[in-house]
Design a binder for this molecule. Structure first.
Ligand SMILES: *[C@@H]1O[C@H](CO)[C@@H](O)[C@H](O)[C@H]1NC(C)=O
Ligand SMILES: *[C@@H]1O[C@H](CO)[C@@H](O)[C@H](O)[C@H]1NC(C)=O
Ligand SMILES: *[C@@H]1O[C@H](CO)[C@@H](O)[C@H](O)[C@H]1NC(C)=O
Ligand SMILES: *[C@@H]1O[C@H](CO)[C@@H](O)[C@H](O)[C@H]1NC(C)=O
Length: 186
C-alpha cells in the first residue's frame, strides 16, 4: 500500500517538472520586482508576498502578506535584495538569534550588518509548472554558509528567518517553514 502511494507520488513529481533553461542568471536584477513566497504544503504562506514593515530607525522588517506593506520596488545588487531608496535598504541576516531552532532574523537596513546574498536560479512553479526565477540563499556576509530562508510565526504574522545548512534544531511550538522566493517582475 505504501509502495503504491510512493509510486503515485513519484509519478506526480515527474509530471511536475518543467524544463530548466541551461543559462546562468546574473546576480543583478535591475528591473524592479516583488517576491512571491511559495510552499504548497502551507496555504497560510503559499503564494503570499514578502512585505515590508517600517520598524523605525530606517529598518524595514520582512513579513508574509497581508502583514506590512506590499512592495514591488525590490532590486538585486550583487545578490543582495535592495530597496533602491536613499539610503538603500539591504537584506541582512542578523539579530534575534533563537537557540531553540537555530534561526536568525532576516530584515532590511541601511547599516552594515552581514548581508543576505542570493544566487538567481530557475525553478518550476509548484502550481502551474511554468519556469520561474527564484532566489537561492548563498551566503551570510562573507561566510559561505548556505542554508535556507523560511518563515516563522511572530505575533500572529510570519517573519523571515535564516537557518544554516544541515540545521536539525526545530521548535514545534514555533515551527519554521522553508520557503521558495520567486521573482515576480513589476
Ligand atoms: C552588479 O552590479 C554591481 C553594482 O552596480 C556591479 O558592481 C557589478 O559589476 C555587477 N555584476 C555583474 C555580474 O554584472
Ligand atoms: C506602510 O506605509 C505607509 C506609507 O509609507 C506608512 O505610513 C506605514 O507606517 C507603513 N506601515 C507599515 C506596517 O510599515
Ligand atoms: C546551528 O547552526 C550552527 C551554524 O550556524 C551549526 O554549527 C549547528 O550545528 C546548528 N545546530 C543544530 C542543532 O543543527
Ligand atoms: C515546505 O516546508 C517544509 C517544512 O519546512 C519543508 O520540508 C519543505 O521542503 C518545504 N517545501 C518547499 C518547496 O520549500
Amino acid at each position: 500500500m505504501y509502495k503504491a502511494l510512493a509510486l503515485v507520488l513519484a509519478s506526480a513529481v515527474s509530471v511536475m517538472a518543467c524544463t530548466i533553461p541551461g543559462d546562468v542568471l546574473s546576480n543583478n536584477i535591475t528591473e524592479s520586482f516583488s517576491l512571491q513566497v511559495q510552499n504548497a504544503s502551507f496555504p497560510d504562506i503559499h503564494n503570499h508576498y514578502l512585505n515590508i514593515w517600517d520598524w523605525g530607525g530606517g529598518d524595514q522588517h520582512l513579513f508574509v502578506s497581508p502583514a506590512g506593506n506590499f512592495t514591488s520596488a525590490l532590486t538585486l545588487v550583487d545578490g543582495v535584495i535592495t530597496l533602491p531608496w536613499d539610503p538603500p535598504r539591504r537584506a541582512v541576516v542578523n539579530g534575534e538569534y533563537e537557540v531553540k531552532d537555530n534561526t536568525t532574523k532576516i530584515f532590511m537596513t541601511e547599516r552594515g550588518d552581514p548581508r543576505a546574498v542570493f544566487d538567481v536560479v530557475y525553478g518550476c512553479n509548484p502550481d502551474t509548472d511554468a519556469v520561474q526565477v527564484q532566489l537561492a540563499f548563498k551566503s551570510k556576509g562573507d561566510e559561505n554558509a548556505g542554508g535556507n530562508v523560511g518563515v516563522r510565526p511572530f505575533n500572529g504574522n510570519f517573519d523571515f528567518r535564516w537557518t544554516p545548512a544541515g540545521n536539525t534544531a526545530y521548535d514545534p511550538e514555533r515551527p519554521w517553514t522553508k520557503v521558495t522566493l520567486a521573482v515576480v517582475y513589476s
